[in-house]
Design a protein around this ligand. Structure first.
Ligand SMILES: Cc1cc2nc3c(=O)[nH]c(=O)nc-3n(C[C@H](O)[C@H](O)[C@H](O)COP(=O)(O)OP(=O)(O)OC[C@H]3O[C@@H](n4cnc5c(N)ncnc54)[C@H](O)[C@@H]3O)c2cc1C
Length: 454
């Protein structure tokens, strides 16, 4: 039997899209493990949570903190949203599996994808459980997509987030930490021999979220060009939660569940489709530079699925048509650039520079910035005027040379290229408007960064 769509990967992207598409189409989801079983967990901005998803959220981040070993401290309450809710991954993903099955479509576990062949009228997929055919293949296999690799889709310009942490039980209480706390970045003098330097040495950030009166999610986080191994991260995490004086609240924490993984930090120019094949979720770098992958999925899966439905209805499953499907809406181009710059700065700047950055939030600082801008950058909800305000304050505080000093020379160009791609596109667009030539046309219709700006 030929399905309308075969979705490879039963993570949040595959299940969310299948739950929508299966309302009108016969869909087959193939998962190498157990669909809906994940070792990740998420908090998201409130505006991506609709009525369907809301029952599967709880609690949320209400207070942001920063703390460096050399003395910088900041605390502020969330203002952009009253809370940034946690998605209950153990309930939402199984709910999507049930929805897909209730809609008459299929989810097959222990069914690893091996290869596929595209023909004129469909796609044949070889798996650990035999062959399946469909009109369209949707690759939702995540950060390590073999399908993208087979097509030679380059990840050379990607940065990667590597995360290792644990859900922990605090039987003796939270020791001063509050439910709703989110430690945005904490650094330690002795985590690496070169904690004062940068990316090259891979200084980890320590973050934690306080989920309820006795439960935390704590983690170490790296933003680098290469993927850090679990073997590398696990001992770093253990040392931080067991030995650092500044984490005494975690020393008696009992680990309940390990949470780890890798995900891309958004890049601007991607191939999002091939003939009868489309990529979604981490496999298509559906994220922001700071890593809101789940947020992206919740924000986009309905619209994406509705466009896929139209493509299926019109039998428009060629590469260029599919590549034009993703539309991730943001107000301003500068949001992405600033989010990327801030993300790299916070992940890699030495502690004394972070202290100066933290001090910008202090009312007495001559270059004072309202911390609301941090949240606005974080959630891609900042206007161009506000981008100028933030960049202006940062550039008054730091010399450009200092800012570039936190990156490897090879990386300057990547960031500059990203900035030029966005700024260039918008400038070309404006000039075309002046000359009455219409909006900027994409150079290559098979490449689409997915981002739409109002
Ligand atoms: C620890 C951690 C915390 C995070 N926190 C947040 C957060 O707070 N907020 C946020 O917005 N985002 C967060 N993210 C990012 C977010 O988790 C990802 O962007 C999101 O999971 C991507 O979903 P996906 O379905 O594309 O990929 P995945 O979640 O990776 O799912 C891919 C699925 O495909 C399956 N698969 C892979 N290969 C095959 C194959 N060959 N055959 C069949 N099946 C296959 C896998 O088993 C898996 O089930 C976090 C990520 C991690 C690791």
């Amino acid at each position: 039997m030929q399905y309308d769509a075969v979705i490879i990967g039963g993570g949040p992207a595959g299940l969310a899209i299948a739950s929508e598409l299966s309302r009108t189409r016969r869909v087959l989801v193939l998962e190498k493990g157990m669909a809906g079983n994940t070792n990740r967990s998420w908090f998201v901005p409130l505006n991506v949570v609709d009525d369907t998803v809301r029952p599967f959220t709880y609690g949320g981040v209400t207070r942001f903190l920063a703390n460096t070993y050399s003395g910088g401290k900041a605390t502020w309450n969330a203002r952009q949203f009253p809370r940034y809710p946690y998605v209950d991954e153990k309930r939402l993903l199984p709910h999507w599996v049930d929805t897909i099955r209730a809609n008459g479509s299929e989810v097959v576990d222990q069914c690893e994808y091996r290869s596929h062949q595209v023909k004129a009228d469909g796609v044949t997929v070889d798996t650990a459980r035999g062959q399946f055919t469909a009109r369209l293949l949707i690759d939702c296999t995540g950060y390590n997509s073999q399908i993208a690799k087979q097509y030679g889709i380059s990840r050379a310009s990607y940065y990667w987030w590597s995360v290792f942490g644990a859900i922990g039980d605090h039987p003796n209480g939270l020791d001063g930490m509050q439910v709703g706390d989110y430690m945005l970045w904490q650094t330690f003098a002795d985590t690496t021999p070169n904690a004062d330097t940068s990316l090259q040495q891979g200084r980890p950030l320590f973050e934690y979220e306080i989920l309820d009166e006795r439960t935390s999610f704590s983690l170490v986080l790296y933003l680098r060009r290469e993927i850090m191994s679990r073997e590398f991260m696990e001992p770093v995490f253990n040392r931080i939660i067991r030995e650092e004086a500044a984490t005494s609240a975690f020393h008696s924490m009992q680990v309940k569940e390990l949470k780890y993984g890798w995900y891309p930090s958004a890049s601007v120019s991607q191939e999002l489709a091939r003939e009868r094949v489309i990529f979604a979720g981490d496999a298509a770098c559906w994220t922001t530079p700071c890593g809101w992958g789940m947020s992206f999925i919740l924000n986009n899966y309905r619209d994406f699925s509705a466009r896929l439905e139209q493509a299926l209805a019109g039998d428009q499953l060629g590469r260029a048509h599919l590549a034009a499907i993703p539309h991730f809406r943001f107000r301003e181009r500068g949001e992405i650039v600033l989010n990327a710059l801030m993300t790299h700065f916070l992940s890699n700047a030495p502690a004394p520079m972070l202290d100066r950055f933290i001090n910008l939030f202090n009312d007495t600082s001559p270059n004072h910035i309202d911390p609301i801008y941090c949240e606005k950058v974080f959630t891609l909800d900042i206007t161009t005027a506000e981008v100028h305000t933030v960049l202006g304050a940062i550039l008054k505080e730091f010399h450009l040379k200092e800012l570039f000093g936190i990156l490897q020379p090879d990386d300057y160009l990547l960031l500059v290229e990203e900035a030029v791609a966005f700024v260039g596109e918008s400038v070309v667009g404006e000039v075309r408007q002046w000359l009455h030539l219409g909006g900027a046309k994409p150079v290559d219709p098979t490449r689409n960064n997915g981002f739409d700006f109002a």
